[in-house]
Design a protein around this ligand. Sequence first.
Ligand SMILES: [Fe+2]
Length: 403
Amino acid sequence: MLSTPITYALRVFTRLYPTQKPLVFSGVGSTQKLANLMVAAGQSKPLLITDNFLLTSGMLDETIAHLKEKGCDVVVFDDIAPNPTFQHVEKAIEATKQNSCDSIFAIGGGSVIDVAKVVAAAVTNDKSLHKLTGLLKVKTPPLPLYITPTTSGTGSEVTNAAVISDTETHKKKFFVDPQYLPIAASLDPDLLKSLPAHITAAVGMDALTHAIEAFTSKVNSAEVDRDASLAIKLLFDHLPKACANGNDLDARETVAQASFLAGYSFSKSSLGYVHAISHQISAHYDTPHGLANAVILPRVLEFNKVASEKRLAQLERMLSGNNTASNTKELAENFIGRVNLLSRTIGIPASLTELDQADFKKITKDALAEARASYAVPKVMRRKDVEAILTSVSNGHLELSFA
Ligand SMILES: [Fe+2]
């Protein structure tokens, strides 16, 4: 099959600007190790960007005390909202400059990490945020950036992008550059164990979506195949355990590792229609990103079933351990059944009842535009395909047939 222009462009981009994996510490105590690295690297005045809940919960006390013991003057910035705006970023830039901070340490979820990435770049590049939006706008290396994610799903600690809301235009602005990657990250189960089960489930399904969309993308490689398939295996094995018992530190750590690998995989390849549709749904109804992905995922897999049959069969062979099964159609169907079963097991609903049919036209148009501009999908959707998926997401019926 001939490459579409977006597939070709993504192949060129990923070859010219390969995403690097940051150094990663994993396990209980890994955040202290990350702090030790910061000190060893010469950082003496980090701006710690976090959210108010984490700060007041006492979960960060040990890390802050550890940095102080090592001689660091830690400046804390916790004015972050779930959908951070340019104003949040501006305030954090001001705090960095006023306090002459020499580095950025982000401890938090996707919003905190997105703000931290943009602050680190904005301080050294001395450009307005509007001039930093878009692709490859970071000319001067950012301040040293260190990240500890407190949710496992976005993979933000290993992606080269950040998203900030522009309140003037009411649009999400993307910042994409390999320089947004941190120097190092820690995957610390002690900071993940308080995440409620329903959020663990939704963000975990976001990670699974990243891995599956990367694995079935038209821009793949041996590295993406290896990392994405490992992420998928780890999530199937450990996400139900992390949801059932938040204090299962082994499951928490493994899900965090899977999220990291999934994030790295989609940075090297591409996302697909699950994200193209879910972004529009979240923009219309404020539906959490992971939840929207989780509900849409089996429908898009059904659409891709024929085009991605061999790839989905490969995943099913890996998960079932049956390497000799040869009926790829049946294997692909079994894989989709497995995704549905995982969703039910961890409490993902079958539908999103907030959807309003009156919005379907606009959601469809914007989803198709996003996919056309950004993703190397295995098979191109038409309007009626997206509308059929939206109807199914709205009424909870999983039976879909695509011509
Ligand atoms: Fe995502």
